[in-house]
Design a protein around this ligand. Structure first.
Ligand code: NDP
Ligand code: BG6
Length: 481
């Protein structure tokens, strides 16, 4: 497969360069790519934001999060990087930005310039910056790519408005919508695992699979971000986007190739086969103080309204109506302030016929996305030795023990920026995909945010979540070993 890759001389501009995402993810990812030789030493990188930062302070700020680089690598990277302060809504700063870009392009005699613009900005300024970009920094002669960050709207209507505002400015080819879960190693492995192994390929359907579960757990709360989180909630924060992407890759049909459009066509197709989410089949929760009192409750955050019903935990039941999945229960659950940080998929297979076995457990495939990527399959095996008993054991592919420590697994943002650089859209969200995902989740969000929704069940910070969960999973055909 060949993509329309950027060459060795390109300009990357990060808007919102003074912000949190730029500091924690975007610049460290650019550095990681540079360190690993995936970003040419001829590249030019510019940070742009309104804050008047001294260039040295800006460089100190972004390099504080660089990982695994030598001092030489860090200074080589920083020598390619500069900072320009300017407004988002008037032309003046963009003129200075353009002058800096054109100086570099003429120095290198680039007749077909390549420009990558990364919008690490709050959604309130997306459209303003995108319009200014189009007006002042766009070039017809070369290639322009724009990376935009979630949230892509707040619901179906606002998402459509955002797409409508961006569509006249940039083509779908030029837009790269990041969902960073699509850059995670194990998520990128899902299609290979499913379609590259007949053992899974042949059994990946209602005839063999009894239930599917996707779970996202974070061991920390919204400390300090409560004000932001209160209008978002866990469903919008990670379920409508990150977890739905994982579920889509788990359930879609085989694409004809790894071509980005082939993959995304299948994703859209499966999303259209989901049944509307049942409002009566939910667990909604909000965390309270930890049992020992050392960790605050969600409502202890001063930026959160005292009577907030914001959901920090949710479990949803999903159903897909197609030949492959009819009748297979799917549970998606996510929560903050739980007992551990872990994201995993659990697929339970149907039990074998009893007859020769009195008690036999189900096969279960676990795909651990993080931490410590792993795929393991629980199988029944005879207890070794003279025993005739059967026990459940694991076929285990844990990356940290199977692959050498020197093996470079890119961080999600590294993988995605590299894909954008290569012109590969496979791991970015297409407009129609976004539309269907909002169609599925908007009615649920409206219900949760209405007076009709129940009071969220309280669970202590650091616990496993709402008490109702165990029974809920059993109801959805998950059997605890
Ligand atoms: P910030 O709030 O840190 O904003 C980034 C920069 O944008 C700020 O440094 C500021 O720069 C400028 N800015 C902030 N508010 C406004 C405003 N109201 N009007 C104009 N400019 C403003 O955001 P993040 O860096 O955290 O996030 C950027 C985007 O990435 C958001 O869309 C966010 O949802 C998304 N995201 C962030 C993640 C994270 O880990 N932080 C994770 C996933 C997605 P200045 O004032 O100097 O111009
Ligand atoms: C972000 C959410 O999109 O994803 C955060 O806004 C969440 O609330 C984060 O913590 C999880 O990402 P990761 O990569 O840490 O699992």
């Amino acid at each position: 497969m060949s993509f329309d890759a950027f060459g060795s001389k390109a300009t990357i501009v990060v808007f919102g360069a003074s912000g949190d995402l730029a500091k924690k993810k975007t610049f460290p990812a650019l550095f990681g790519l540079f360190r690993e030789g995936h970003l040419s030493s001829d590249v030019k990188i510019i940070g742009y934001a309104r804050s008047h930062l001294e260039e040295e302070d800006f460089k100190k700020r972004i390099s504080a999060n660089f990982k695994n680089g030598t001092t030489e690598q860090v200074s080589a990277f920083l020598s390619k990087t500069s900072y320009i302060a300017g407004p988002y809504d008037t032309d003046e700063g963009y003129h200075r930005l353009l002058a800096s870009i054109e100086e570099y392009e003429s120095e290198h005699k680039l007749t077909a310039p390549e420009r990558l613009f990364y919008l690490a900005l709050p959604p309130s300024v997306f459209t303003t910056v995108a319009s200014q970009l189009k007006k002042l920094l766009y070039t017809e002669k070369g290639k322009v790519r724009i990376i935009v960050e979630k949230p892509f709207g707040h619901d179906l209507e606002s998402s459509r408005k955002l797409q409508k505002d961006l569509a006249p400015l940039f083509t779908e080819e030029e837009l790269y919508r990041i969902d960073h879960y699509l850059g995670k190693e194990m998520v990128k492995n899902l299609l290979v695992l499913r379609f590259g192994n007949e053992f899974f390929n042949g059994t990946w359907n209602k005839n063999h699979i009894k239930s599917i579960q996707i779970s996202f757990k974070e061991a920390f709360g919204t400390e300090g971000r409560g004000g932001y989180f209160d209008s978002i909630g866990i469903v919008r924060d990670v379920m409508q986007n990150h977890l739905l992407q994982v579920l889509t890759l788990l359930t879609m049909d085989r694409p004809v190739s790894f071509d980005p459009e082939a993959v995304r066509d299948e994703k859209v197709k499966i999303l259209k086969a989901f049944e509307p989410i049942d409002h009566d089949d939910l667990i909604l929760g909000q965390y309270t103080k930890s049992e020992d009192g050392s960790k605050p409750s969600y409502l202890d955050d001063d930026t959160v309204p005292k009577n907030s019903k914001c959901v920090t935990y949710a479990a949803l039941g999903l159903q897909i109506h197609n030949e492959r999945w009819e009748g297979v229960p799917i549970v998606m659950r996510a929560g903050k302030a739980l007992d551990e940080s872990k994201v995993e998929v659990r697929i339970q297979f149907k039990p074998v016929a009893k007859g020769m076995f009195k008690e036999i457990q189900r096969n279960e495939l676990v795909i651990r996305i993080q931490p410590n990527e792993a795929i393991y399959l629980k199988i029944n095996s005879k207890v070794p030795g003279i025993s005739t008993e059967t026990s459940l054991t694991d076929l285990d592919l844990t990356y940290s023990t199977r692959y050498s420590k020197d093996f470079w697994i890119p961080e999600a943002y590294e993988a995605l920026i590299r894909d954008c650089y290569l012109g590969n859209h496979s791991n970015f969200v297409r407009d129609d995909e976004l539309d269907v995902s909002w169609k599925l989740f908007t009615p649920l969000l409206e219900f949760i945010e209405s007076d009709k929704s129940p009071q969220p069940e309280l669970y202590p910070y650091g616990s496993k979540g709402p008490k109702a969960l165990r029974q809920y999973l059993q109801k959805h055909d998950y059997v605890f070993a």
